[in-house]
Design a protein around this ligand. Structure first.
Ligand code: PLP
Length: 372
């Protein structure tokens, strides 16, 4: 199998597997005062330091969560609980782990603004500032890298502009982690979400950075774990895994394979086009449109050819509707439905790219032949 669906999830790194395996027999409850409990506590605090180092934060600013989805929900809903009259400003191209909580808040009467991107899938700072100029209290939640196109959003520029207004900023960095350098002070954000399985860590573990002093309330209530922000006995194995994955991910991948792939596709597959090509993008993501091709049918046909790719976000790829990201970029529904995401990791090779492009060329030609 040629696995080009690394934005959906990544294989576990061997180093991460080893780190987790070494923790299998550490079973104590990290909140217990005795020796068994403190062994688990040590695993957690070591991982917390690694996560903090990875994003330039302090360990006490890291909250372990059950996923990137949960980190986003705590950021958005936790802000809303703390600030009942704060506005929410987001973008139309966020992952559903931000869009859905925001939609629920709108249903409950809160005001929200959804910024639209340009044709390359990037939010334009000037337009954003125009739309939020008069907002006096609110949370801006904007992703750092889009999961479908890989387009990097102007988070730092936006932060610089809205800080004077006193707004807080959260960024969903789930698709940026391990692909571009992350530093919370350089970005200037108040909250930032990551998820281990997107960068060769285990599934079911994420982290939310909350800058010291920022007021957010817990969404789930219970014990005092994770400074009460995420109660529940900690997932010690998962936490060991995210810590190691962060340590490994400080070396970001380069765009060599993605650039080679796009060049070969454009050269060999007629009527193909790259979505978001004029915007800065994370180095591993190619979103390609194939004129007159149904993207779901193409993904299934490529699976038969032993190539794993995706129509968009893994959690909505069974849906028939066109991608909300591509349609927000003013692409027609037909263009959006012809687009497939290929995403690479440090475990892919040039040989895989060459083989895959040839199989994609053949498959597209065969599918178009059937149409003609
Ligand atoms: N945010 C973005 C941008 C994502 O791409 C994803 C997963 O695809 C998530 C959040 C959710 O992360 P998780 O799968 O850990 O819940």
């Amino acid at each position: 199998m040629i696995y080009f669906d690394n934005n959906a999830t990544t294989p576990l790194a061997k180093e991460v597997k080893d780190e987790m395996a070494a923790c299998f027999d550490i079973f104590g409850n990290p909140s217990s005062l005795h020796f068994e409990g403190q062994k688990s506590r040590q695993v957690i605090e070591k991982a917390r330091r690694r996560v903090a180092d990875f994003i330039g934060a302090r360990p006490e600013e890291i909250v372990f969560t059950g996923s990137g989805t949960e980190a986003n929900n705590i950021a958005v809903a936790g802000y809303a609980l703390a600030e009942p009259d704060g506005m929410i400003i987001t973008t139309a191209i966020e992952h559903s782990a931000v869009l859905k909580p925001v939609c629920r808040m709108e249903d409950q009467g809160r005001t929200a603004i959804k910024l639209l991107p340009d044709a390359d899938g990037r939010i334009v700072v000037k337009d954003a500032l125009g739309a939020i100029r008069s907002v006096q209290k609110g949370l801006v939640t904007i992703m750092l890298a889009n999961n479908e196109t890989g387009v990097i959003q102007p988070v730092r520029e936006l932060v610089e502009a809205v800080k004077a207004q006193g707004l807080l900023v959260h960024t969903d960095a789930v698709q940026a982690a391990g692909k571009i350098p992350l530093n919370v002070d350089e970005l200037g954000v108040d909250m930032l979400s990551i998820s281990a399985h997107k960068f060769h860590g285990p599934k079911g573990i994420g982290a939310l950075y909350i800058r010291g002093g920022v007021k957010v309330l817990p969404v789930v209530l219970g014990g005092s774990q994770e400074h009460t922000m995420r109660p529940g006995t900690e997932n010690v194995l998962g936490i060991a895994g995210i810590g190691k994955a962060c340590e490994l991910a400080s070396e970001c991948c380069d765009s060599r394979l993605r650039d080679m792939f796009e060049e070969l596709i454009l050269k060999n597959v007629p009527d193909s086009f790259v979505n978001g090509k004029n915007a800065p993008r994370v180095p591993n993501t190619a979103n390609i449109g194939f004129k007159d091709i149904d993207n779901q049918a193409l993904v299934i046909n490529l699976d038969i050819e032993d190539i794993a790719a995706s129509t968009g976000a893994a959690c909505s790829s069974a849906k028939k509707e066109a991608s909300h990201v591509l349609t927000a970029m003013c692409m027609s529904s037909a263009e959006a439905r012809s687009s497939v995401r290929f995403s690479f990791s440090r475990y892919n090779t040039e040989e895989e790219v060459v083989t895959a492009v040839e199989r994609i060329r053949r498959t597209v030609e065969r599918m178009r032949g059937r149409l003609g």
